[in-house]
Structure formats: structure tokens, C-alpha cells
Design a protein around this ligand. Sequence first.
Ligand code: INI
Length: 154
Amino acid sequence: MIKETKGQVTAGKGNYAIVVSRFNEFISSKLLAGAIDCLMRHGAAEKQISAVWVPGACEITIAAKKLAQTGKYVAVICLGAVIQGQTHHFEYVCQQVVRGIGQINYDTGVPTVFGVLTCDTLENAIERAGTKMGNAGADAAMTAMEMTNVMEQI
Ligand code: INI
């Protein structure tokens, strides 16, 4: 008989940290609202959720790593919006954040979720911040809860 592990998407009793970048705040504030709404609709109380604002996507990882290392959080959710066109270093910013968040997972063992939009246009970002394509903050919160539950079961 195969032992199969599947994560439940419920908030449980643990605390969740959210790191959100202020650059493109019009978008990232919508991602934050989506993540908080999703956690609370899956059973989290306000006191289980902490949000930390950082200047831009490049600063997400240092704050996320410190939060993960505290041992106070079952998961860390990283939110932001990097939008092509505003910068020539779009690719570098995206690569740094993707790699950095991945590394935090391996280094700390705390599920640290990539909820950073990397979009060609502002319109693409708006579509993923609570309009046509859903809300990437809520999606990241779903992943955080599922991974928390999977990690508890393993
Ligand atoms: N930061 C973002 O979060 N999104 C962006 O689109 C962006 N652009 O376009 O440059 C951005 N840059 C700032 C960067 O993340 C750092 O905050 C800055 O370089 C200071 O370290």
C-alpha cells in the first residue's frame, strides 16, 4: 500500500509572516489584501498574521530569511511586483528574488512562498492582483497553508 501525503488547505494554529515590497505598491497592497483575506477565510485569526513591508523586491529575501529563522512562523509568504519596462535590470531583480527565496526554503526548512509577480506590463500585473487572473497573493497564501500542512505530516 502506498503511503500518500496530501496537504490540507487550512490555516491551523501556526503564525504566518508576509513580506511585501512597497515598489509598485498599487499592486503589492492588493496582493497583501488577497493573502490576508485567504488566510482568514481558511481559519487564521488576525493575531496569527504579521506583515512586514520592505522597499522593493530586492529587499524581500533578507527580511524573509530573518523571519524564517526566528522559528515563530510556520510559513513566510513573499509578495511584490516586478514589472518590465520600468527597468533595464528586470531580469536581474527577478533572478535574485527567485533564487533567494528558493535558498531560504533550503536553508531554514520553513516554507517560504514566491508570490512575487514578474510581469511584462502593468496591465498584466493588475490582472493578477485581484482582477481577471485572480490574486497571486491569495494563491501564495494557499500554497503556504498547504506546504505547512505537508511539512507537519512528513
Ligand atoms: N523593485 C520592485 O519590487 N519592482 C520593480 O519593478 C522594480 N524595478 O522596476 O526596478 C524594483 N526595483 C527596486 C529594487 O527592488 C530595490 O528596492 C532597489 O534596487 C534598492 O535595492
